[in-house]
Design a binder for this molecule. Structure first.
Ligand SMILES: [Zn+2]
Length: 174
């Protein structure tokens, strides 16, 4: 990120460009907006102030769920899946490209995935700002190829993955 970019909210030095908000953000507002997005996802599914079981499907997503909900972790309660934006974007794209039956649902039998619109890039950056290093997720060859293609689209058109996931939601694919 260029040194002279400033936060769209407070004008301080920006550390992250949010393709979700299409805004440059400082550390404080980047963290705040990311947490706010996950809370909004939870609220829209009435998952407020209950106990949760945290899924380990995606190591990166699980680290973020643990950061947000560690104190609410319990053997009972609703199950939260740790799938990320990438998992759902790959799922929708594989459905379009290969007619692969969708293998995950944002609010399915496995549980609710509050990180469906949060990218691994955002999670890794979130922890990096706290001096914690997270390894990027490795996927099988086919999923990696689809994700590489999606990331190229994202490069040219920031927010492309989010749009794809929204289409997948509208069409009830995920
Ligand atoms: Zn700010």
């Amino acid at each position: 990120m260029d040194v002279d970019k400033t936060c769209s909210i407070c004008g301080r030095k920006a550390v992250f460009y949010s393709s979700y908000l299409k805004q440059d953000l400082c550390k404080k507002h980047f963290e705040r907006m990311l947490i706010k997005r996950v809370r909004a996802n939870m609220n829209s599914h009435n998952l407020k102030d209950t106990l949760f079981r945290l899924g380990k499907e995606n190591k990166c997503g699980n680290a973020f769920l643990e950061f947000m909900f560690k104190d609410m972790e319990s053997a009972g309660g609703s199950r939260l899946c740790s799938y990320t934006l990438e998992d759902f974007a790959v799922c929708v794209m594989s459905f379009f490209l290969f007619h692969d039956p969708p293998d995950k649902n944002i609010n399915g039998k496995e549980g609710f995935s509050p990180l469906f619109n949060v990218s691994e890039n955002e999670i890794i950056s979130f922890f990096k700002l706290k001096k914690i290093t997270l390894q990027p997720i490795t996927r099988n060859e086919k999923d990696e190829a689809v994700l590489k293609f999606l990331r190229e689209i994202e490069e040219r058109r920031p927010g492309g993955m989010i749009s794809l996931v929204k289409v997948g939601m509208t069409l009830n694919i995920i």
